[in-house]
Design a protein. Sequence first.
Length: 505
Amino acid sequence: MTDFKKICAFSDKWLKKFSDKKPKLFDLMDYSMAEECMELGFSLERGHEFIRKYGQASEKLANLKEIIEDINEINLLGSVIFLKWRYFNHWSYDQSEILKEDNINWFILALSHLYHLAAKNEFLFKGEIKSIILKSDAMVFGLGPEEGQVFGQDIYLDIKGKVSIKSYKYTRQVGTKNVERCDFKIGIRETLKIFYELKKYFECKYDPFELMIMDAGSWDAVIENTAGEKYSFNGPLIKKYHKDLDYLSTLIRTSLGRRDLFAFNGDAKTDRIKKIAIDYSRTTEDPINYLLYYLEPLKIVYEYKESLVIDREADTIEHIKTIGEGRKISQKFEVEGLIDNIFEDFEEEDLFKEVEGNPGGAVDIPCDIRKYKITIDYEKKPQLVIEGDFDKRGLPKEFSDFAARLQDSINLCNFEEILNPKFYKKVRRLKDQYIYCSLAFGSSKKTYYYRTEDDNIEEGDLVIVPVGSDNHEAEALVVKVEYFNKEEVPFPLNKTKFIIEKYDD
């Protein structure tokens, strides 16, 4: 078993010798280098294996710099350090060549990386998780919390599903601690899922050398394995800093049923939106270009309205369009989890709160008035109403991103077939008919006939086909699908190539 602590000590010792302002040949040629390498399992044979893998050029400083970040095999790296040292110690005509700047820096680079790899492995988790204590501190330097605001949390979870959560609330009263504690249990399935994902991250992905970010909160975790060994980890409490930690945080909140947990990324939600209603109106005036009895010119006023109601509890999105009087069009989308997915991309508690507004010099268009009203209902907070001019400055700053996200979601639900000629004009193939597809390559408008026996290939599909005398594979677009009897085929059966398969991205 690799002893990472000993490798760290070895790397540190020899780094100090090679990093000396004036390295001494006597110190660098100390035969304890060979003894320590062999004790750690490094060998000359594996040093040659390193060179076979990374090339002879890896013995040069410039080339090692290019590949050093890709090297993660500790035994190979330690062995090539041993091999290069052995060259100067045993085979070189002049041992003092090791004192050349490039050679000194080669050893410094290799030993530093060896230390980094060993130390990282020393800190990484090993074994099976028995319990975890996760402490999250959301206090940020210079930003004081409000009275009663939660600024820290402790989460305890063990293999039996026992959960204990402590929430620390800020209070200005000296000598008073405002702590809320909640104890409960979760299912074994949920517990094992959390522990599986924690183990996957902390046994290979965690980086103990990552720089701590000072203007953010922090998290500290102590994970105990079933052998009773404890491992400590820490990091910054920042959303979207590590996708793995974002995922772990979401998993913990979901499994524990607590959206208000800081976890690893601080993305706690103390409230959420229940419903959003967006109302839009456009009033257009068209003047009639003649006077009647010398009075004011007549005007025709058109009114157009739209409304979107996003109801989280019902999991529905309803769109209503009103054109003048007596003409109302509505559609309703009901897709499980759709609204939660949409809101996941936004900070719900602050959604639509920032509105730039039009400056005093903005020009009004009296004959074309567009207004909006947004009504947001929360689970806890009072209702929020925002209204104004329906333009870029008048709308909330996040409206554009929200509208695009909503449009994408609605488009995914629009698969109407009842009025689509692609379906109602489709003719079923007869048993004795052959399928010929007209295919286009790239941007060319010219098409070529190919055959298929796959009735599922349709117009608009991408397919893989043989091309040229060597029949190399290429992608093509199906422009048209036709059925022909044997005597009516547009190209001889024995000369028409077959489509290999649909293109799978």
